[in-house]
Design a protein around this ligand. Structure first.
Ligand SMILES: NC(=O)c1ccc[n+]([C@@H]2O[C@H](COP(=O)([O-])OP(=O)(O)OC[C@H]3O[C@@H](n4cnc5c(N)ncnc54)[C@H](OP(=O)(O)O)[C@@H]3O)[C@@H](O)[C@H]2O)c1
Length: 238
């Protein structure tokens, strides 16, 4: 997957099921890690679990739905390492259960904020450094629902479809810059939470976090320089 030793990687949602596996694989590949999520305690616990030298790991809690919080995160990151070469944006989350006529304003807004507004804030924030250095990789985690909308989750479907469009827009805006933006569309991920919530599901068919990270690291590599604006299905066997 190329050498990540001289690369800074900002991983959002770092403490989540997918994010923490992303962190482990990027740490093993020797990258400098900038890790963020809202909970400072969870970030500290994650960092403690890594064998990575302390100077290679930087933690900063932030709420990505807040423009001010993302500005603060980026100012601190710029002060620490100048910026980031790679953004792996995994933060996001599902909520649903209602058909459109029963979706409340609050439910709609919360999903759009978590899965789309947050992505806008963090994607916008990382671009200046990448453009200055004429190299950058953005990988956003959308969902299969962006391509194949599920029932009773319209806010999630729409937010993730928006994230695909955001990613493609960045790819178009900066197509001659050396910076690429792509997204992945995971199907149901084999996480502990999904196993708890769907005990009758066939876990063997669900895509594993490690398989998604492999696709992320490909998109983040020099080998993927010509891949820009893609929305890549990672459904496993589901
Ligand atoms: N799980 C699935 O089956 C599945 C399927 C398709 C797509 N996806 C997508 O894959 C991504 C990862 O899913 P996951 O299951 O690994 O999620 P997860 O375990 O719930 O982790 C979510 C992460 O995002 C952080 N986060 C949540 N709200 C945030 C906010 N406002 N600001 C900053 N960070 C925030 C969480 O930490 P804090 O709570 O401390 O902030 C946590 O680190 C998501 O984008 C999800 O939509 C998941």
């Amino acid at each position: 997957m190329g050498d990540l030793h001289n690369k800074t990687i900002l991983i959002t949602g770092a403490t989540g099921a997918l994010g923490s596996e992303t962190v482990r694989q990027c740490a093993a590949a020797g990258a400098r890690l900038a890790l963020t999520a809202r909970s400072a305690d969870a970030l500290a616990a994650l960092a403690k679990s890594l064998a990575t030298p302390a100077e290679q790991v930087w933690l900063h809690p932030a709420d990505l739905t807040s423009s001010a919080s993302v500005s603060e995160l980026m100012s601190a990151l710029v002060a620490r390492w100048g910026g980031t070469d790679i953004l792996l944006h995994t933060a996001g989350g599902w909520a649903g259960g209602a058909r459109l006529a029963e979706v409340s304003d609050a439910e709609w807004q919360a999903q759009l904020e978590l899965n789309l507004l947050a992505a806008f804030h963090i994607n916008r924030a990382v671009l200046p450094w990448m453009l200055e250095h004429k190299w950058g990789r953005i990988v956003n985690i959308a969902a299969r629902a962006a391509a194949l909308p599920g029932a009773k989750q319209s806010p999630y479907n729409v937010a993730k479809a928006g994230l695909v469009a955001l990613t493609a827009s960045i790819a178009q805006d900066y197509r001659r810059s050396g910076v690429t933006a792509n997204c992945l569309l995971p199907g149901t991920i084999d996480t502990a939470e999904n196993r708890r919530n769907m005990p009758d599901g066939d876990f063997t068919r669900w895509v594993k976090p490690t398989e998604i990270v492999s696709a992320m690291l490909y998109l983040a590599s020099d080998a993927a320089a010509a891949v820009n604006g893609a929305a890549l299905p990672v459904y496993g066997q589901s």
